[in-house]
Design a protein around this ligand. Structure first.
Ligand code: COA
Length: 373
């Protein structure tokens, strides 16, 4: 079989960021306004008062300190509380496309490749901005890539499932080199009025070049040893936004049309599932925990990652063994594990083994075993 390698990664980070303190100040102003407006009903016991949020809680519960966003002013306006991203004409690149092109160019540069070397584009992310044409085909157009493109969505696992698709394309010869891109505007599906989750997400875009291993143009490459995917249905992370919403008038704007989760249940159910799957996948490929040098895990919760890493390694781990970018970027859905891989892999030597692992809605888990070349 043709071997495949990751030859480059790229990152687009938005220019604006929001600290926990800024976010909480806006949220608490909203809460105070709501409680003042509804004082009479609250007094009569007809309505529960809203509770304030706290920056200390957010950091302790999740490990998040800040997040990058595509629009700060709308999110931090207590009268708006969502990003403001004006619609563009069909003749302009869409915002997802713009982020994707920036990350893709960075990945191509790092892989020492140009667009002529690429023959497939996969855009894999949690939220695609329209039904069609596929965002990937638009990205392909603006990059100037010949070949084919398609979109896919497996929520937080979109990048690893996309890696599997890219790997298959290279291994079967349907493409020589694939650009996998993960544009995530997570703040647009986040309910900034929900105390339990208003702090969770940030925006970013990552890109990965996957190509035939026998003709690389860089020394900084990783052979893809194996990809393993798993899904198991759960209602604990949901977003019911979709094209049928307007066919059920009155429900279009209900809170389930944004991100909703049972965070504690997700933590408890997903952590053991992921740890077990990584260990089993390593074993299937004749590796033990001692062979593993780094894990680039999905970035949703710091304690969750520490727990998973501890179970896989069989001991408490050093920071660089399971690097964290969550503090600065928050949860960026499918892009999180790729950001960790992009920023924290320099210490690996030839022959060292690592895993990129994502997990999230579905549930879904994707694990990719890599060997530094
Ligand atoms: N500020 C202050 N207190 C808050 C708060 C906020 N913003 N949000 C919730 N609380 C309170 C709750 O009311 C609760 O209070 P109580 O104990 O008096 O009832 C307490 O804090 C704990 O709430 P809980 O929701 O159980 O917090 P948690 O410790 O589970 O942390 C998450 C919440 C979301 C950070 C955590 O569950 C998580 O990250 N889970 C994993 C999610 C995941 O991986 N998702 C994948 C999706 S991509």
């Amino acid at each position: 079989m043709i071997k495949a390698a990751i030859s480059g990664t790229g990152l687009y980070t938005p220019s604006e960021s929001i600290s926990n303190e800024e976010l909480v100040e806006c949220f608490n102003t909203y809460v105070q306004n709501f409680n003042a407006t509804n004082a009479e009903k609250i007094e009569k016991g007809e309505l529960d008062p809203l509770q304030e949020s706290s920056a200390a809680f957010i950091e302790k519960a999740s490990g998040i300190k800040s997040r990058y966003v595509m629009n700060k002013s709308g999110i931090l306006d207590p009268e708006i509380m969502h990003p403001l991203l004006p619609e563009r004409s069909n003749d302009e690149p869409s915002i997802l496309c713009e982020m994707a092109v920036a990350a893709a160019k960075d990945a191509l540069k790092n892989a020492n490749r140009s667009v002529e070397d690429i023959d497939a584009v996969i855009v894999a992310c949690s939220n695609l901005q329209r039904a069609y044409p596929a965002v990937s085909v638009e990205v392909q157009h603006y990059l100037g890539v010949e070949g084919f493109a398609y979109d896919m969505n497996v929520a937080c696992s979109s990048a690893t499932f996309g890696l599997q698709a890219a790997l298959n394309a290279v291994q079967t010869g349907s493409a020589k080199a694939v650009l996998l891109i993960n544009p995530e505007i997570c703040t647009a599906h986040l309910n900034f009025r929900d105390r339990d989750s208003h702090f969770i997400f940030g925006d970013v875009c990552t890109a990965v070049v996957v190509e035939r291993e026998d003709n690389l143009a860089t020394d900084d490459s990783f052979e893809v040893i194996s990809a393993k995917l798993m899904t198991k249905f759960s209602n604990n992370i949901r977003n019911n936004f979709g094209f049928l919403n307007r066919t059920a008038p009155g429900s279009e704007n209900s809170s389930d049309k944004l991100f909703v989760q049972q965070g504690r249940k997700v933590f408890k159910e997903v952590s053991p599932l992921v740890a077990k799957m990584i260990s089993a996948h390593l074993e299937e490929n004749n590796f033990t925990a001692n062979d593993l040098k780094q894990m680039w895990l999905h970035q949703a919760n710091l304690s969750m990652n520490q727990l998973i890493a501890k179970r896989v390694f069989g001991r408490p781990v050093e920071e660089n063994e399971a690097p964290v970018i969550l503090d600065e970027y928050a949860n960026t859905s499918s892009a999180g594990s790729v950001i960790a891989f992009h920023k924290h892999r320099k210490d690996l030597k030839s022959g060292d083994v690592g895993v990129i692992c994502s997990f999230g809605a579905g549930y879904s888990v994707g694990n990719i075993i890599l060997k530094k070349q």
